[in-house]
Design a protein around this ligand. Sequence first.
Ligand SMILES: [Cu+2]
Length: 373
Amino acid sequence: MVLVKPAYHSHNTKNEVYLLNHQIMKIKNALLSATTALLVLCMVGCKNNNNQQASSNGTDMVAEGNPEVAEITGAPKVPAPVGKRSPKKLIVNLVTSEKEGIIADSIPYTFWTFNNTVPGSFIRVRVGDEITINLKNDANSVLPHNIDLHAVTGPGGGAVASSTVPGKETSFTFKAINSGLFVYHCAAPPVPMHIGNGMYGLILVEPEGGLPKVDREYYIMQGDFYTKASTIKKGVMEFDNDKAVAENPDYVLFNGKKGALLGANMIEAKVGETVRLFVGNGGPNLTSSFHVIGEIFDNVYLEGGSTISHNIQTTMIPAGGAAIVEFKCDVPGDYVLVDHSLSRAFNKGAIGKLRVSGEANPKVFNAKTVAKE
Ligand SMILES: [Cu+2]
């Protein structure tokens, strides 16, 4: 009996275990069904979200007509606003070059460029545009170059498709599906060296209907430069990899040259005008704390995207990022553009000026001071 009992009990236990397992299975199945239902709901929801985005992004927009060559400009100029036109097919012609230029004072440096300038040409399109990038690498180049546009959805932002040896040309086409202000740069190895030599620029993808009208627009791009005496050409400076790895630049510059926005090169506006700055940061390493001394940004398109913030004093622009800042000029005078990491501004070159001319506005700012006895 004693032996049977446990057997009976054992059998009973087996039944109980079976029932328990059966119940667990039922609960598991119920949970699985609930999870599946949730997943389906989520997928439907996500799809709806995507659809909502799709209605405002360019995936399904049709670019019509024959391809046209896009207007592109050197800094600080920008091409004409896109306005309310429908999506088009555009051709952007870029040439990569390795070119001697002046980095500061009378110091020559071997820059690597898009279209012979640092930063490279400003590209302006709208969401839904179909853009063909023709990238020609100058025959005098030593190295292959390419282009990675942050506005591209696709492998490497186009870098692999556009890898171009000296003297050759490559081509690829992409659809601008997200609006915003995007950095482009060379992504050929070693990437920090190509960027550190100046291979970056901005592409603006305007939303449907365009950006609101302003009176003045300018293109400014910050970059950090690491230099040493050239091993190839006496008196010319070239990229110093050790300083780059240590993130210790000799120069932090707006538009690739000390003084590019000073003296005869300063940007201008009049009292009462609205100014829009397209500000990018090529890096390769430093984050910019972009500030205009004596102004408050009425609008900042944060990180170049769709969120607009207001009443901003200083905006952070990451390496490989951008921002659109807008403000109204209320008071005449010189307004100093800086990276507010100020040693960079006052010791390494990240400084420029906006000259605002026009009538004084004592209601907003009164410079008259009463001499105290
Ligand atoms: Cu390159």
